[in-house]
Design a protein around this ligand. Structure first.
Ligand SMILES: [Zn+2]
Length: 199
């Protein structure tokens, strides 16, 4: 094992991954959403893109064997294991402005965009340059009329997704600090981020 990182609830951590290695994202206590961004390590202008992934897959859901795409339409990860089967590829990362607008002027709340900016600052990625995330374990179903739900994550303790890196990458995971709506079951808890060689 090369890296076994506890992402504290409400915060983010970053890691380097080599092509061929596996990235495991694990729910520690369950019901916790993990926002996730990633970049081509050789050129940070190229990043994981939910928009391009949706376009290439032709659907709004992710399944094992799917390849996650960058904004240059290159595959950056393959989803090789998923014990939950419920994730979000539609929502922006929560942000300072979102808490202010949605929760009566709530200011200073921790947020995934700010979390990513904290851990990506050494790489020169600023607050507004953080790309859109894939939100692992987030339960935001799309109704027949197009309305987006906002429901408790079904992830249990120990549930995980495993990604195989298809290029050298810089990744960051945020244990989403959202405690003002049900997605994390009103309690923010840790995520485990593991980088390891494929066996
Ligand atoms: Zn968040």
């Amino acid at each position: 094992m090369l890296d076994d990182i506890t992402v504290p609830g409400g915060h983010a951590r970053a890691a380097r991954v080599e092509a061929g290695q596996l990235v495991e994202i694990i729910n520690v206590r369950g019901r916790q959403v993990c926002d996730f961004v990633a970049f081509n390590a050789e050129d940070l202008a190229e990043h994981l893109s939910p928009t391009h992934t949706r376009s290439m897959l032709g659907r709004l859901t992710l399944a094992v064997n799917d390849r996650l795409q960058t904004n240059a339409r290159n595959p950056i990860f393959e989803l090789v294991e998923d014990t939950v089967g419920r994730h979000d590829v539609l929502f922006a990362a929560c942000a300072h402005r979102r808490y202010e607008l949605d929760y009566d002027g709530l200011r200073g709340h921790r947020n995934c965009r700010g979390n990513f900016a904290e851990v990506l600052e050494p790489y020169g990625v600023g607050y507004l340059q953080v790309p859109d995330p894939i939100n692992w374990f987030q339960n935001t179903p799309v109704a027949a009329d197009g309305a987006l739900g906002m429901e408790v994550s079904p992830a249990e303790a120990g549930d995980r997704v495993v990604l195989r890196a298809l290029m050298d990458a810089l990744v960051a995971a945020s244990a989403c600090p959202q405690d003002q709506n049900p997605i994390n079951d009103w309690e923010v808890t840790d995520i485990r981020l593991v980088v390891k060689d494929a066996s």
